[in-house]
Design a protein around this ligand. Structure first.
Ligand SMILES: [Zn+2]
Length: 309
């Protein structure tokens, strides 16, 4: 009887240990919802991902609470977007005293400078700074190519932090990279339904620069670069003038930005009021993943701008 008990206890211990291993030894904290998705894609069941900045959060104005700081200090690796998106990184770095590694995923991705983003803008007179975080556009995630680059960087970082599972991270990354290649192919096919002269995105603010560069669009950020500055009647008149001169087909509201101005512009000019785009990578539900969010944005853009059948 006694031996039976110890045998059962030993089996129980083994099951517990196996479960622990399966749950993942590498703990990763993420500071952007799309990095939570990316860490899960690459980590699979080998990594425990702690999403500090949750889906639906305003990524520009997030500030970590004491609880968030505790969650971060319990991780082995902390993933930030970088490109000056998180203005609290210095403070966070100082609080990491347990040897945790802080990686800025965006620092491995070529930056779109303000001057370059401005070249994608069709209209003149939209020069005020604000949303560009010191001359660099932080919205690197709005590009499939950038997300592929990020996938490789994250897989390498996971392999370095947890060499025993390096092969698994590499295999997961390969599967995801293929998915992203298919996504870009699908996006290009969809975009081909829009006549080249109509590939202009009139949005609230400048957040789709990387997207415009990858897929050949012009940008008209109607509220300039900073959507938080309320539009004056002069701004509204200038925006309406821009829309008329540029022969734009549609204006697109953005999640998290008050659509009042765009709605007014749409009413006064008669251009289509398009579906809401998610530019900050903070969708919820099925739009919380990069592929879900990107497909959504492409569908809304094509729906509003495609040639009439
Ligand atoms: Zn933004």
């Amino acid at each position: 009887m006694k031996i039976g008990f110890y045998q059962r206890a030993a089996v129980g211990l083994l099951i517990w240990l196996t479960a622990l291993a399966a749950r993942g030894e590498l703990k990763v904290a993420t500071l952007h919802p799309l990095l939570t998705d990316l860490a899960q894609q690459v980590g699979g069941d080998k990594v425990t991902v702690i999403g500090v900045v949750k889906a639906g959060t305003d990524v520009h104005h997030f500030s970590p609470s004491t609880r968030d700081m505790q969650a971060v200090s319990g991780a082995d690796l902390v993933m930030a977007s970088g490109k000056k998106l998180e203005n609290y990184l210095g403070k966070l770095q100082d609080s990491l005293t347990g040897g945790q590694k802080l990686m800025e995923v965006g620092s491995s991705i070529p930056s779109l400078e303000l001057s370059e983003a401005a070249q994608l803008m069709e209209a003149a007179g939209q020069g005020q700074a604000g949303h560009t975080h010191g001359g660099v556009d932080p919205h690197w995630w709005n590009s499939v190519e950038n997300m592929q680059r990020a996938t490789r960087v994250v897989a390498a970082a996971f392999a370095k932090a947890d060499p025993a599972n390096a092969a698994a991270y590499e295999a997961n990354a390969a599967v995801y990279l293929k998915k992203l290649t298919d996504l870009r192919k699908w996006a290009r096919q969809e975009i081909s339904r829009i006549p080249p002269g109509q590939r202009t995105l009139a949005t609230a603010h400048l957040s789709l620069g990387y997207f415009a560069k990858e897929f050949g669009f012009k940008l008209i950020p109607l509220q300039g670069l900073n959507p938080e500055v309320p539009a004056t009647s002069q701004d509204v008149a200038a925006a309406i003038d821009t829309i008329r001169r540029s022969m734009v087909r549609a204006v697109f509201p953005e999640q998290g930005v008050n659509p009042k101005l765009l709605s007014k512009i749409s009413q006064e000019t008669g251009v289509v009021f398009g579906g809401e785009l998610i530019a900050d990578g903070n969708g919820t539900g099925p739009l919380a993943t990069f592929t879900g969010l990107f497909e959504h944005n492409i569908r809304e853009i094509v729906q509003a701008l495609k040639a009439e059948p």
